[in-house]
Design a protein around this ligand. Structure first.
Ligand SMILES: [Zn+2]
Length: 427
C-alpha cells in the first residue's frame, strides 16, 4: 500500500492534471465517431490558433500558405499545410518552440535510427494527457499503472546506476532483469508473483519467455497484460510468449514527438487516440498531427512509418469507434538493392510472413545487406526441411536478382538493443 501511495504521490507531483485527463478519456472511450470527430475539429482549431499566435516557425509557414486558423472548419483543410520531418524539427527547433510561458515543462530527447537526435520541451498538459492515454489503454485490460509490473528493457545498465534504478523501480512498483543469466531469469520469474503486467521490447519479452519455457519453470502469476514497445512482433514471439505466460504481446504505437498514436484493444486492433492525434495516410505513409504539442507543435509530421489504416466503416467488435491501424508495415524509404532493380525494404518480411500463414513455418530472422544483389539472412531456428520452401518463396519474389546467403541456428539478439529485421548500409 505504501508503495502504491508513493507512486501516486509521484504522479501527483509530476503530472498534477493527469487524473482529470484520464477521467475524460475514459468517458470519450465510448463516444461515437461523430462525437469524436466533432471534438477533434474543435481541438484542432484551438491548437492551430494557439500555434499561429505563439510559434514563429508556424506563423511564417501559415502566412506563406495563406492558411488562416480562424477560418478552420473542416479537418480536410489541414491538407493545405506542408508536411514536416524530423529534419525540420531539428533544423528549426528554436523557431518551432512556442513562446507561451508554461508553468512546467519537461525535456525530451529522442534518437533516431539515422543517429540524429532531437531535443524539445513538453508542457505538463501534453505529458499528462499522453500518459493518461496510455493508462486508458491499461484500463482496457483491468490494469492500474500502480500495479506491480515487470520491465524488460534491453540496454545494459552501468553497475554504478543499478542502485538508483532499483530505487526508482521500487517507487513505481516495478522490477526488471539486469542481466539475462539463468539465475536472474529465475529471480524475475519469482518476482512475477503478484505482478499484473509486463512491458518492454518485444524481443526481450520473447527471450525471457523462451528461457522460461526451456527451463520448465512453473510460474505462479496473475498477469493481465503484456505490452511490447518500439518493435515489430513476430508470430513466433507470440507462440512462445503465450506458452510461457498465457497471454499475447499487445502493441502500443507512438513516439516521443508524435505522442501515443494507437493502443491495441483486447480484440487485437490498434485504436487511434483521436482525442489527441490526427492521423493521415499519404501513399501508405503515416502523417501525424499531435494536438497536445503546444510547447513544440507537431503538425503533419512524417514519422517515417508505412501504415495500413482500416476502412472508415470498419467496426471493431470491442465497440470503440476510434479508427484502427491494421498494420505498421516498416520504415519509409528503406530499399533492397537487387542486381538490376530495387525492392521495398518490407519484401523479406512479407516472404517470411507468408511462410507462416501459408506453410505454417515460423522463423525469426534478421536480414542484412551490404552489397548490391546480395543479402544475408540470419535465422534463429535450426536448419530443417523449411529451407527449401524459404528459398522457393524468396525466388518467387526476387527472381534471380538477389543472391541469398542463409544461416541457421543463429543468436539474433545481443540483449542490448532492439532487434531490427532488416539492416542495410546501401539502401
Ligand atoms: Zn477494438
Amino acid at each position: 500500500m505504501i508503495i502504491k501511495s508513493l507512486y501516486q504521490l509521484g504522479i501527483w507531483r509530476r503530472n498534477p492534471s493527469l487524473t482529470k485527463h484520464l477521467t475524460f478519456l475514459l468517458k470519450s472511450d465510448t463516444w461515437s465517431k461523430e462525437q469524436l470527430l466533432e471534438y477533434q475539429l474543435l481541438k484542432c482549431k484551438e491548437f492551430l490558433e494557439f500555434v499561429y499566435e505563439h510559434s514563429a516557425f508556424y506563423q511564417t509557414t501559415f502566412d506563406d500558405f495563406n492558411f488562416k486558423p480562424s477560418e478552420f472548419k473542416d479537418l480536410e483543410q489541414l491538407k493545405q499545410l506542408p508536411t514536416i520531418t524530423k529534419m525540420t524539427l531539428i533544423k528549426y527547433n528554436r523557431l518551432i518552440h512556442t513562446n507561451y510561458p508554461f508553468k512546467r515543462m519537461f525535456s525530451a530527447l529522442t534518437s533516431g535510427t539515422t543517429g540524429e537526435s532531437l531535443a524539445f520541451l513538453k508542457n505538463e498538459e501534453w505529458d499528462s494527457r499522453n500518459r493518461a492515454a496510455m493508462f486508458r489503454g491499461y484500463s482496457w485490460y483491468g490494469v492500474h499503472p500502480a500495479d506491480k509490473n515487470g520491465y524488460l528493457w534491453g540496454y545494459n545498465i552501468e553497475p554504478k546506476q543499478t542502485l538508483k534504478i532499483k530505487w526508482l523501480d521500487r517507487l513505481q512498483n516495478r522490477f526488471r532483469i539486469f542481466s539475462y543469466c539463468p539465475e536472474e531469469i529465475k529471480n524475475f520469474a519469482k518476482n512475477l508473483k503478484g505482478a499484473k503486467y509486463l512491458h518492454g521490447y518485444s524481443s526481450m519479452i520473447y527471450e525471457v519467455a523462451k528461457l522460461v519455457n526451456r527451463s520448465g519453470l512453473k510460474i505462479d502469476h496473475d498477469l493481465k497484460m503484456i505490452k511490447g514497445t518500439s518493435e515489430m512482433v513476430f508470430d513466433s514471439y507470440q507462440e512462445e510468449v503465450q506458452k510461457a505466460f498465457g497471454l499475447k504481446i499487445l502493441s502500443e504505437y507512438g513516439s516521443a514527438e508524435s505522442g501515443l498514436i494507437a493502443f491495441e484493444c483486447p480484440e487485437g486492433n490498434m485504436h487511434i487516440a483521436m482525442e489527441h492525434v490526427i492521423v493521415e495516410e499519404e501513399d501508405g505513409e503515416i502523417l501525424v498531427t499531435n494536438l497536445l504539442s503546444k510547447s513544440f507543435p507537431i503538425i503533419r509530421y512524417r514519422l517515417g512509418d508505412m501504415v495500413e489504416l482500416a476502412d472508415t466503416d470498419f467496426k471493431c467488435s470491442c465497440g470503440r469507434a476510434h479508427p484502427v491501424i491494421l498494420n505498421i508495415a516498416g520504415r519509409v524509404g528503406v530499399k533492397i538493392i537487387g542486381k538490376t532493380q530495387e525492392f521495398p525494404g518490407r519484401m523479406i518480411y512479407n516472404v517470411i510472413k507468408n511462410l507462416s500463414t501459408e506453410h505454417g513455418i515460423t522463423l525469426n530472422y534478421q536480414a542484412r545487406q551490404h552489397i548490391k544483389g546480395v543479402i544475408e539472412i540470419y535465422i534463429e531456428q535450426n536448419k530443417d526441411d523449411s529451407q527449401y520452401i524459404l528459398e522457393m518463396e524468396l525466388n518467387k519474389y526476387f527472381k534471380n536478382d538477389i543472391d541469398f546467403n542463409i544461416y541457421y541456428g543463429r543468436d539474433l539478439h545481443n540483449m542490448e538493443e532492439k532487434l531490427n529485421d532488416f539492416i542495410t548500409t546501401i539502401g
